[in-house]
Design a protein around this ligand. Structure first.
Ligand SMILES: [Zn+2]
Length: 444
């Protein structure tokens, strides 16, 4: 009941306080933006762009993409596609079109140790939902059209997702793991102990609408206690938790930096690990064999994040913990790529967070290439592979007829150089254009 009451309060606040239309109108009057007036039932023809097939790496130059009812209805060389007379044509000349990016490790309400986190210590749930909505909007405008939330407070993620689905606010398509379930004292907020306590916690998250279950089976970088390499759950607790989720058709991912905890969770058929800081060869090989996913979030432990930690006023112990973890984390990622472990792109920073002169999402993809992936593999890790992990590859993740029109454009071929992702200047989600730098359109 507590959850439902908070959700209603949060939504009521969002509805009364957000001056979306007023702000948009004011900016439009000043000539700063063009307001996106289209509805997704309109037929849109994206013309003159080069479409990247992320399965083969092949590019169709001067292609036409037809979009109607939010979906892609046709893709092909301009000469082969007839544009309907009533279609609105949008110029893609000089651009390469790729599927909208996906980020599998987000916390829109993220608070970390330091001055920035301390300022949010008394943040109420309604305040947090509004802050999350702002972060969701910025993520979408950065080219990220689908995200998986890996831990938010008190059902605030369900409120945000509902708000986006209703069109009250704009943001990526959200799949969410609800609140992080942990044994008492663990790296997360929803504490539960013993097999029955954990089973109840899992069932509640699923009842509220969780698409995944997120647990923490080792310590985290941002904890003051609990070693990253430890494995504090009992077999009985972990096996029951995973079994209950799976009986409901819900996959389980674990915040995990520990090789020991990995073996334990793999024994009970966990689906995914986040971070994987200290995973060893044996754990990675078993993950490969079982098809278990790794969401590396490599950006958080590498030098590109230094600016971010400075900005949020991180304490010295936190920076030391980042440094000591960074080298092992990197070596683990190189090994995982070499072994061919399933890797889905995720950042643990806001998808749009500045990192190494670009966004965290793009920096993460660049680091995958630096660690051994081809640019095409890195591109897939944030499009087709993420869609496969979420089991939504029949719905999005490719520029193919029948799929959701989630399309991003860049100014060079990312299959040749992954850093082309730094030039994202067009974002479409479900057939609606949210950003087009050619016309100055930016959705509010
Ligand atoms: Zn996280």
């Amino acid at each position: 009941m507590r959850y439902r009451r908070w959700m209603i309060a949060a939504l009521a606040t969002a509805a009364t306080l957000m001056p979306i239309a007023a702000t948009t109108d004011a900016l439009a009057r000043e000539g700063k933006i063009m307001v996106d007036q289209e509805v997704s039932t309109e037929v849109i023809a994206l013309v003159g762009g080069n479409v990247v097939d992320v399965d083969t790496g092949k590019v169709t130059m001067n292609a036409t993409v037809l979009v109607s009812g939010g979906r892609i209805s046709a893709v092909g060389p301009a000469a082969a596609i007839t544009i309907p007379a009533d279609a609105r044509q949008v110029s893609m000349t000089g651009r390469w079109l790729i599927p909208g990016l996906m980020n599998m490790h987000t916390h829109y309400g993220l608070k970390l140790p330091g001055a920035a986190g301390a300022a949010l210590v008394n943040e109420t749930d309604p305040q947090q939902v509004l802050r999350m909505a702002g972060n969701a909007r910025k993520s979408l405008l950065a080219g990220v059209t689908t995200t998986r939330s890996t831990g938010e407070d008190h059902g605030n993620d369900f409120a945000l997702r509902a708000g986006i689905e209703r069109g009250d606010v704009i943001g990526p398509r959200i799949l969410t793991a609800g609140e992080i379930i942990v044994p008492t004292g663990g790296h997360g907020s929803l504490e539960a102990d013993g097999p029955y306590g954990l089973a109840t916690a899992v069932r509640k998250q699923i009842k509220y609408g969780a698409d995944w279950i997120k647990i923490a089976i080792s310590g985290g970088i941002s904890d003051t206690h609990g070693a990253i390499g430890a494995a504090p759950m009992t077999d009985e607790e972990l096996s029951t938790l995973i079994e209950v989720a799976h009986r409901n058709g819900i996959p389980v991912t674990a915040h995990n930096g520990s090789a020991q905890a990995a073996q334990q969770a793999l024994k009970f058929d966990i689906d995914c690990f986040e971070h994987g800081y200290y995973l060893d060869d044996a754990a990675l090989q078993l993950m490969k064999k079982k098809g278990v996913w790794l969401v590396p979030t490599i950006v958080v432990s590498q030098p590109g994040a230094k600016e971010f930690y400075k900005k949020i006023g991180s304490p010295a112990w936190y920076l030391a913990r980042v440094d000591s973890t960074g080298k092992e984390h990197w070596a683990m990622l190189e090994k995982a790529i070499r072994l061919g472990v399933n890797i889905a792109l995720g950042t643990d920073q806001f998808p749009f967070e500045p990192n190494d002169g670009t966004t965290a999402t793009v920096a993460e993809a660049e680091l995958y290439v630096k660690a051994g992936m081809t640019p095409l593999q890195a591109l897939r890790s944030g499009t087709t592979e993420t869609a496969r992990m979420l089991k939504i590859d029949d719905m999005t993740g490719r520029i193919k007829p029948g799929l959701a029109a989630d399309i991003v454009a860049v100014n060079a071929n990312p299959v040749e150089n992954i850093s082309a992702l730094r030039t994202i200047d067009f974002v479409m989600k479900d057939g609606r254009i949210y950003r087009d730098d050619k016309t100055g359109l930016i959705a509010q």
